[in-house]
Design a protein around this ligand. Structure first.
Ligand SMILES: Nc1ncnc2c1ncn2[C@@H]1O[C@H](COP(=O)(O)OP(=O)(O)OP(=O)(O)O)[C@@H](O)[C@H]1O
Ligand SMILES: [Mg+2]
Length: 336
């Protein structure tokens, strides 16, 4: 069964070291709290949630790129049957780019401003052992065509700052896929782009997924956007996955009140970081979360919360093969 999955994240928790530890409670602040999910080869899985819910830290933990002061405190990350936590830094570095690669909202964060586009792609290939000059040269042009960059020969000689935002994003995607990864992690890759370019990049990622069979973990605060590209979505709130399912599961039978809130807020999706229009309140800080650590983190904002929700985070209720929810009201779900 294990071989069925490309990625298996099991009971993952990510802690943030508390620099201003006020209370005597020595528990680490948990930014991600006991989440589990899987990705199959070639599948596109989305993570959706408001700002601060732990999407980026979840993504960064997979290739072990968590920032300073943030660490995996428990859980396992198994890629293609191999426990990544058991690998040396050197082995991990080899896997980055080759097996797992990432793209971000801001392409300049992963591009070297001092290197011409073609050279950057060449370095990525060389890093993974491809050094034969004619091969590298051909591969650079092929990959630039694959990400639909016009006039690859010319663009290869340009510097990142000479390109438009959309073209830079294509270069970043080229860098991410040039070594043939099996998992591409895309963290808000289109958020900074205008809608037309956004749609083009989404189409490109979908095409790359189909043609190369690369699985994608696609992170966004935008449920509507995710529903167009993902096979399955994980709804994350304050460090927990509260519901997961296909787009059709979540849109037709949303069970968790947070999922309902995200759906109800769709017309306002462009306002990143703003509160949900139909659910007052906001994502708690990690300090605030500590106070309700064993309960459902959404309980303070939930109209249907019961007493028990403040102290017990419910186990998953399975509604169908894809659709699972952590909510005491799971019996409300009505298919049909
Ligand atoms: N380097 C860090 N040091 C300390 N706390 C951090 C760090 N990075 C993130 N956090 C905290 O961890 C929590 C989750 O952050 P994360 O960046 O994963 O959220 P996100 O869902 O990606 O949000 P956004 O939609 O704004 O990108 C937040 O409370 C955030 O303040
Ligand atoms: Mg983020």
């Amino acid at each position: 069964m294990a071989m069925n999955f490309l990625l298996q994240v099991g009971r993952l928790s990510i802690g943030v070291s508390d620099r201003h530890q006020m209370s005597g409670a020595n528990k680490p602040l948990l930014a991600v709290d006991d989440i589990s999910f899987t990705i199959r080869a070639g599948e596109i899985v989305g993570i959706v949630g408001e700002s601060g819910c732990g999407k980026t830290l979840t993504a960064l933990s997979i290739p072990a790129l968590l920032p300073e002061g943030v660490s995996r405190v428990s859980g396992s990350i198994v890629f293609d049957g191999v426990d990544l936590g058991a690998l040396s830094l050197r082995e991990l570095t080899t896997r980055r780019g080759k097996d797992i690669s990432m793209i971000f909202q801001e392409p300049m964060s992963s591009l070297n401003p001092l290197l011409r586009v073609g050279r950057q792609i060449a370095e990525s290939l060389e890093l993974h052992g491809d050094t034969e000059r004619t091969y590298v040269r051909q591969k650079i042009l092929d990959i630039m065509r694959q990400v639909e960059l016009p006039d690859p020969v010319k663009i290869a000689t340009m510097y990142p700052h000479q390109l438009s935002g959309g073209m830079r994003q294509r270069v970043m995607i080229a860098l991410a896929i040039v070594c043939g990864p099996r998992l591409l992690i895309a963290d808000e890759p289109t958020t900074a782009l205008d809608v037309t370019i956004q749609a083009q990049i989404l189409r490109l990622l979908r095409r790359i997924n189909r043609e190369l069979g690369v699985a994608i973990l696609f992170i966004s605060h935008d449920l509507a956007l995710l529903s167009h590209i993902c096979d399955r979505m994980l709804v994350m709130y304050a460090g927990k996955i509260v519901e997961e399912g296909t787009a059709s599961d979540l849109f037709t039978v949303p069970v968790h009140e947070y999922t309902q809130g995200l759906i109800g807020s769709i017309p306002d999706r462009s306002r990143k970081g703003m509160a949900l229009v139909n659910i007052p309140g906001k994502v708690p800080s990690l300090e605030e979360l500590g106070g309700i650590r064993d309960g459902c983190p959404f309980a303070p904002r939930c109209y249907s919360a019961l007493e028990t929700c403040l102290t017990h985070f419910p186990k998953a209720t399975t509604l169908n093969a894809q659709h699972r929810v952590h909510c005491v009201h799971a019996d409300r779900a009505r298919y049909g």
